[in-house]
Design a protein around this ligand. Structure first.
Ligand SMILES: Cc1cc2nc3c(=O)[nH]c(=O)nc-3n(C[C@H](O)[C@H](O)[C@H](O)COP(=O)(O)OP(=O)(O)OC[C@H]3O[C@@H](n4cnc5c(N)ncnc54)[C@H](O)[C@@H]3O)c2cc1C
Length: 473
């Protein structure tokens, strides 16, 4: 049996970027259990039409950013449309366009959520974010002296850059600068944080809040042909096997034996792109099981509605609609709507392909009999559809030719994860966040449940660290 240098398990953003960066240097093989590549960032086909599974906004493709650096190194130029309005945030009659131009954005904020310190607040958010992406020593890894040394250097650079700001809580900063803000303004802030960081301001530090609120000050892109195109483009020359799940990994002295649904493979190293919470089940080795089981399951997940909408009207690529009340069976009063580009020949065939997502908990969908599960799913889907039609008054009910939805259970059955989004970096968990390295030689993690978190930007930062650990030790 051939001995590989590295087997990568999963073609999410993490597994994909790592593989594309390393397949020429090492004998690498990537496995994906699903028929689509990309995990939460994939595009799938159903009823003869294509839909983005989860991720729809592409951020980080700009000079000086790790995502762009990786794409350049891989020599892959994606087919993108830069969005003029990152997202339109709607709350009853209020509409705020999150545009990259700071003054234009500030004008929108002042109009909708007036506050004498808006300029100071949002300038601080922007500056904190800018400083973060200029950091030179961003690093977080464990279990070796050199890893701890680099992580310490990173902490010291962060301390030097932010000084006292580092110890300010997000809520504290809001209170100090904006004062007691209206519940609407707070909901406007929290809805965005829930999307980018999986949590609200009361749980965050000023630094993480800034990173979560500032993404639209960067260039944001629509991906032609769907998010899955990016992953397929990145993996073009990478050896991979899809529709082949890894079911068991046995640790030997200096290699791992990897059992898939179709065969047995050997590799000196393993990069796991499965979530940190569900990786224990792949191993029999008690120490490895114990290591993975120590991470407390984050049961945050997503509820996603997919629509095919026949309409001649024009839409932005992204909206976030904030409602008065929480959506049933969710943990949010907001949902994020993404329309395919009108001229996208793949996604907009037969009408707009629309992906709508909100936050839920995996536990809400667990342990239900089939009827109860179906009823809950229909209830949430109908509620979101109605609120969608309420806002987009140019779309009539009969314009929706297809509607179906996915829960934590759907994510589990297709891509082997119940939770969506890892544990957000909070003040209290800063040092317990899982790293890409493990205490076991040759075993690595990557993806949004390890440092630095979710989305293209967060996962790419993690890949940057993994790449260095893997190649230089
Ligand atoms: C609804 C939703 C909307 C989002 N919107 C955005 C957005 O607009 N922009 C953005 O940047 N981010 C967005 N995100 C976040 C982003 O999609 C994720 O953070 C990111 O895609 C996760 O990447 P990952 O590397 O952790 O891999 P994952 O997406 O978790 O993929 C892991 C892959 O590994 C495979 N796998 C797992 N176990 C096995 C096994 N045993 N054998 C073989 N294969 C296996 C899975 O099938 C899967 O394909 C969104 C997420 C969700 C859920």
């Amino acid at each position: 049996m051939k001995m590989h240098d590295v087997i990568v398990i999963g073609s999410g953003i993490g597994g994909t970027l790592f593989s594309a960066l390393n397949h020429k240097k090492h004998d690498l093989l990537l496995f994906e259990k699903d028929s689509n590549l990309g995990g939460c960032s994939s595009t799938f086909k159903r009823f003869n039409n294509h839909y983005n599974t989860g991720a729809t906004t592409f951020v980080g493709y700009e000079e000086g950013h790790v995502v762009k650096r990786f794409f350049d190194e891989i020599e892959y130029t994606p087919n993108l449309i830069q969005t003029k309005i990152g997202v339109r945030i709607v709350q009853k009659e209020k509409e705020v366009d999150r545009v990259q131009d700071f003054e234009a954005f500030l004008e929108e904020i002042e109009k909708n959520y007036p506050n004498e310190n808006n300029r100071y607040f949002w300038t601080s958010i922007k500056e904190i974010d800018e400083k973060f992406w200029e950091l030179k020593k961003l690093y977080y890894a464990k279990y070796s002296w050199s890893a701890y040394k680099k992580s310490l250097a990173c902490v010291s650079e962060i301390l030097k850059t932010y000084k006292g700001q580092l110890f300010i809580s997000a809520d504290g900063f809001i209170k100090k600068t904006l004062g007691e803000i209206s519940p609407e303004y707070q909901a406007f802030i929290d809805a965005q944080l829930l999307i980018t960081l999986q949590t609200k301001s009361k749980e965050l530090s000023l630094l993480t809040m800034a990173l979560g609120l500032a993404y639209t000050f960067h260039k944001t892109y629509y991906v032609q042909g769907g998010m899955g195109e990016l992953v397929e483009g990145l993996l073009k020359d990478v050896p991979y096997k899809k529709n082949e799940a890894i079911v068991k990994i046995q640790k030997h002295n200096d290699y791992y034996e990897v059992h898939s649904t179709k065969g047995i493979y050997k590799s000196k190293n393993i990069v796991l792109n499965s979530t940190i919470y569900q990786s224990a089940e792949l191993f029999e080795d008690l120490e490895i099981k114990k290591y993975y089981n120590k991470f407390k399951f984050s049961d945050q997940s997503a509820f996603v509605v997919y629509l095919k909408v026949k309409s001649k009207a024009d839409f932005l690529h992204h909206y976030q609609i904030i409602l008065d009340k929480n959506i049933p069976n969710s943990i949010s009063n907001a949902f994020f709507v993404s329309f395919s580009d009108k001229d996208d020949e793949k996604l907009s065939k037969d009408g707009y392909s629309v992906t709508i997502s909100t936050h839920t908990k995996a536990t809400i969908w667990e342990g239900l009999i089939k009827e109860a599960y179906g009823a809950k799913k229909r209830e949430t889907e109908a509620y979101i559809k109605e609120a969608f039609l309420n806002y987009f008054d140019s779309i009539q009910k009969e314009d929706i030719s297809r509607a179906f939805s996915g829960t934590a259970k759907t994510f589990q059955s297709y891509i082997g994860r119940q939770n969506c989004g890892g544990e957000a970096l909070k003040i209290k968990n800063l040092l317990s966040v899982p790293s890409c390295t493990t205490p076991f030689k040759g075993l690595y993690n990557i993806g949004d449940t390890v440092f630095a978190g979710q989305g293209w930007a967060g996962v790419a930062l993690g890949v940057d660290v993994l790449n260095k650990e893997f190649n230089h030790g």
